[in-house]
Design a protein around this ligand. Structure first.
Ligand SMILES: [Zn+2]
Length: 329
């Protein structure tokens, strides 16, 4: 067994499609990575066993990790380590994930929301490295969010992370993934775009978008942006609507918290040149001038390993001083 004087942790990213894990050092360098399909239908027991097996594979040559950090989809309580549910993974209702994993791995396990894990990576190694407070917004099937305020990850009184996607933002009756209507996510998500474009096609609007192909491969704002760039009227309309509502969401953050930075992630880089002017215009219209002009918006450059790196870094730091990184800001 090699000696390993540098403390290291294992960072794990439990996603709906893939599980990624690797060894993370205090600088955020990743090594000994493993990635494998989640196979959500197999349920918690099998998934935890496969994480354990991969953990043993990657830590075999090391003197032992000080801890493991696990980023998982929520809602979950990072203080109790209990997952309330996982939207795309059945069988995890009220599941004591942290304790179950700890029983297998034998080292301290720190559970946090996957959006928070990604934000922590951005905070320690990315665009947010030089700021004290920022928000991270992940644009995908839904709208994920995370807040770091005065250098600390914001976790609410029930151990929950911010749910910017579920703030009521309109009286328009668009149904959100959570079942309510008028939430920000019911306008700013690939799920919302799919619903709107299908409805436009059904009502006879002319578009060059190949709706069947998009249904098969999955809607994303990046794909819609390509059609908008080619001049498709429906794509332009939907892209602008998406950007306007995103701008409104950022205006809430600007007026509420006067943040200096928002980092946007989720594969929007290809669409951002089209989205940004509309987002910025709406932000400038809806937020107070000083708060709006102070807020920079940047696109994350993290890879798909950002969640695993962030979870590993979080575990390393939480081991030392949990009370300084969670909770009271
Ligand atoms: Zn909602």
């Amino acid at each position: 067994m090699k000696s390993n004087p540098e403390p290291m942790a294992v960072g794990i990213d439990l996603g709906g499609t893939n599980i990624r894990l690797g060894i993370v050092n205090p600088a955020g360098d990743l090594s000994e990575t493993r990635s494998f399909p989640t196979q959500p239908h197999e349920g918690p027991e099998s998934i935890i066993n496969r994480m354990h097996k991969a953990f043993l594979e990657i830590t075999g040559d090391h003197s032992g990790p000080v801890a493991a950090g696990l980023g998982a989809p929520g809602p979950l309580n990072s203080r109790t380590g209990i997952v309330e549910s996982m939207p795309n993974l059945p069988g995890w209702e009220h599941y004591p994930l942290r304790d179950e994993l700890h029983a297998r791995l034998g080292c301290p396990v720190y559970l946090l929301n996957d959006a928070d894990a990604f934000a922590w990576c951005e905070f320690r190694t990315g665009h947010a490295k030089s700021v004290d407070s920022f928000a991270m917004i992940t644009l995908g099937t839904g709208l994920g969010s995370s807040l770091i305020l005065n250098g600390k990850l914001w976790v609410g009184s029930s151990g929950m992370s911010p749910e910017l996607g579920h703030i009521p933002i309109s009286e328009v009756d668009d149904i959100c993934g959570c079942g309510c209507s008028g939430h920000l996510e019911s306008f700013v998500s690939s799920r919302a775009i799919r619903t709107r474009i299908r409805s436009a096609v059904t009502s006879g609007r002319e578009t060059c978008m190949d709706i069947e192909k998009l249904l098969l491969s999955g809607f994303s704002i990046r794909k819609i942006a390509k059609y908008a760039q080619a001049g498709d009227a429906v794509a332009i309309e939907e892209l602008n609507r998406y950007a306007r509502y995103l701008g409104r969401g950022l205006a809430v953050l600007a007026n509420l918290l006067n943040l200096e930075l928002v980092v946007v992630s989720g594969g929007v880089s290809g669409a951002w040149t089209l989205l940004e002017p509309v987002v910025r215009r709406e932000l400038d219209t809806q937020a107070f001038p000083l708060q709006a002009s102070t807020m920079r918006i940047m696109v994350s450059q993290q890879s798909e390993w950002g969640g695993a790196i962030g979870a590993g870094l979080w575990a390393l730091e939480a081991c030392k001083t949990l009370q300084n990184t969670v909770g009271d800001v």
